[in-house]
Every structure is written in structure tokens, then in C-alpha cells.
Design a protein around this ligand. Sequence first.
Ligand SMILES: *Cc1c(COP(=O)(O)O)cnc(C)c1O
Length: 481
Amino acid sequence: MSEPTLFDLSQPGKRCTRMPRPERAAEELVPTRHLRAEAPALPEVSEPEIARHYARLAAWNFNVDRNFYPLGSCTMKYNPRAHEAIAADPGWARLHPATPDECVQGALELIAELETWLAAILGMDAVSLQPPAGAAGEFTSLRVFRAWHDARGDAARTRVIVPDTAHGTNPASVARCGWEVTVLPSGEDGRVSPEALADALGDDVAALMLTNPNTLGLFETRVLEIAEMVHDAGALMYCDGANLNALLGHARPGDMGFDAVQVNLHKTFSTPHGGGGPGAGPIGVVAKLEPFLPAPRLVEREGALGWDWDRPQSIGKVQAWFGNFLIAVRAWAYIRAMGAEGLRRVTEDAVLAANYVRGALRDTLDLPYPGACMHECVLSAKTLAGETGVRAADIAKRLLDYDIHPPTMYFPLVVDEALMIEPTETESKATLDRFIAVMREIARDAAEHPELLHDAPHSTPVRRVDEVTAARKPVLRWREG
Ligand SMILES: *Cc1c(COP(=O)(O)O)cnc(C)c1O
């Protein structure tokens, strides 16, 4: 690429702010074995050059503040600025986690309140804010399940059943927990069939992991029957709660028979995400699992809040300190601002938006599972590919030319040429209408000018990249020559 790196801009002697020299020699401040023998080979550039370099790179990046970002299952909703301002308040942002409990009662109160609110939203008895992401919430919950089985002397359970529509983190969490995955094929209607589940269950099964609504955007209508079967087999029910945007104020995993669920605060509860930045995946559990939750637990003692480390049955810590606190602050602000009625509306508008897009595009693309969806819809470019050779990936790349972020592609795996679209509740009807019009135009171009799609994107700073080579031989650092 022709764009200069900071190394290309480097000229000996250029520098940024001149910091005062420390009064003491480096050898006095740092053990000599940690001192560098030579200065690192960093580019020598001026501060404006650095600022402009990163501003230019940032402008290349697609983000939800820029335009529509219907990346299915990721819930890329707009993140209100007010919540960012609240989280940036030095009263929260500059708190040191080692501050004595009696000096941070306000922060502990916020944590306690968020735990209570999430428990109410989930229909669960106890919440831990410690896991730092959705996948970490899955892993933590499975460890809690494992501890519960072990405590009952039921340690011979080694399998976890995971439907074939599950997010890849589900089997990964099972494996990290030292268990085996049994893949459950979905039924014809895209849902888990109790008949297939009966075949997979056994007294060596520790849990079923179910996403509800599932990644096809479909509600698992037979979840109560499924929960009863799983519990009868002595196993536990785990809800991958990443799709909570479809349930707020309308349905609760606890009422569906789930024993544990994670909440992706960075999805449903509005925290900027997508760049790999900090998130939070609190978990809610039923009362019998509470003793096994990560330590420490927040408790009230003699009228004050404090951390209880004396948790003999706890699985231990899964994250430094108490979790990603500033994400909790944003989620607290979001729930506070929305209120119960507002959260109900979030789900209603999210489901309405997804069904609006589904209804408008079902003649343009294939709709593998007919009928209403929840907060996202999955369409297929299969028929288009058959007629024109244009694949889901080509459509995704072409959308970039319209400054729209592509939907999730090729997932869930059970749908050929899948395009998974999650508009979220924060998009206006005008935005959805433009997206629909663009998708129809792209489908027309697929028939008439397929090369336009095969070569897309045409207008982005980086054109189509060789994704296979990028994945197999990633270039992650600059090297001279
Ligand atoms: C996003 C997502 C996850 C994983 O959450 P992270 O916070 O990215 O770890 C798990 N399951 C589903 C269905 C998801 O959409």
C-alpha cells in the first residue's frame, strides 16, 4: 500500500513533547536487569505527524457513529454520548480498585444496583459482574456448573450439548472447561427439536447451551419442554444471553428454565464495541449456584457494602479486581435512562426493525426459515449465487461502497450463503429504507453487472483484501525493507 507509515515519516532528530529529565539516574529508579541496552527502534516524528497519522487511520475505520452497522448478533446499536460522559467522570474513571470499601460506597452501590437490576431483567437470583466478555461469561458459568456437579459428587459428567446454530464461543467455552461438545442438529424449523435432544441426552451430560432467540433470530418455542428434559437428566441449562436485545421486559431466561445466562453489556446495554475494546459479560444464576460464583462477592454488612472474599465454594477469580467497572457504569446509566418501559420499547423496536427488513428483502434474497423473526433475520444469497455467481461475500463488500457495514456473513453455519442482519432499535425508518433500497440495487447489479460486485469495494481506502493470506500469514508489525 502507498500510504506512509510512521516509519516512513521518520527523520533523525524529530521529536514530540520534551519531557523533563528525571532528577535521579535510570539505574537508581529501575533495576539494571530491566534497563534496555539500546534505545528501541521507534520512528522519530513530530507530534502533529503522529496525531494526523492516527486521525487518518481512524477515519478509514467503519464505526457505528459513522453509519448503519447491521452486523448480526453483535447488536451494534448507537451508544448515547451521555453515558460516555458519565463513565468518564473522574469520580468513577479515576477510582483505584484497591481503595478501601468504606471510601467507595457510591461505586459499590452502583455495582449492587446493577446486579439487582440485571437479576430482575434476567429472572435470576444472583449476578456476578466479574466476567469481562460474553465468552468469558459462558466459560465462568460452565465452571460454576462444573463446581456444582462436583459438589454433589456427580463428577462423571463430561459432555455439553450445543446446537449447530450456536456461536463459536459456545464449543470453545466447553473445551476450555475440559468437557466435550456434542453437536445437536437443528430441526427443519431452525429450532432445537426435543426429539433430537432426547437422543443426545444421557447421564454423562453436564449441560445444554442454548441461545434464545437463537442465531437464526428465532425464538426457541419449546424451551420449557427442553428445560424439563435437561433437568430430568440431571444436567443444567445454560442460556447464551448475547441476544438479550430480543427479550428485554418481555421474557426472562429464568422463567424459561435456564440455570445461568450471560449478559453482553457491550451489546444490549450500549457500550462502544467492535474494536476489541473492553466489554463485560456478567452472569446471572439461580440460587443453588450462587455459592460457586467468582469471588469476591459484594455483600452488605452492618449497613455498609463490602467485598466478601470468604467464599469456600467459589470457583475463584476470572478477571482482575471486580470486572470492567466502567462498562458497568455505562450499563447502569443506560438502564437508569431507559427505565423499565424504555427497555421494553427497545425490544419492541428492535424486533419490529428486523421484521421490517426481513419482509422487505424476502423477495430479493432467499429466506431459509419463513415466518416472523426476533431481533435479527437471516437471509441467504444462495439463489442469487446460483443465477449470477455472486456470493454473500460479494454483497457484503459491495455494501461498503454505499458506506454501510456488511451484515454478518456465512453464519449461522446451517444456512448456505448466510447474511445475518441485525438493524437494532436505534436506526430510523429512513435508514432501514435506504438499506433495503441499496440491497435491491445490489441484487439487480448482481444480475446485470456481476463484475461490479466481484471487484467490490471500489471506494474504500483498502480494496478487497486477500483474506486467506491475511489469516494464514498475518503481517502484524512493520519491518524495514
Ligand atoms: C457476541 C456473542 C457471543 C460472544 O460474546 P463476546 O462478548 O464477543 O465474547 C456469544 N454468543 C453470541 C450469540 C454472540 O452474539
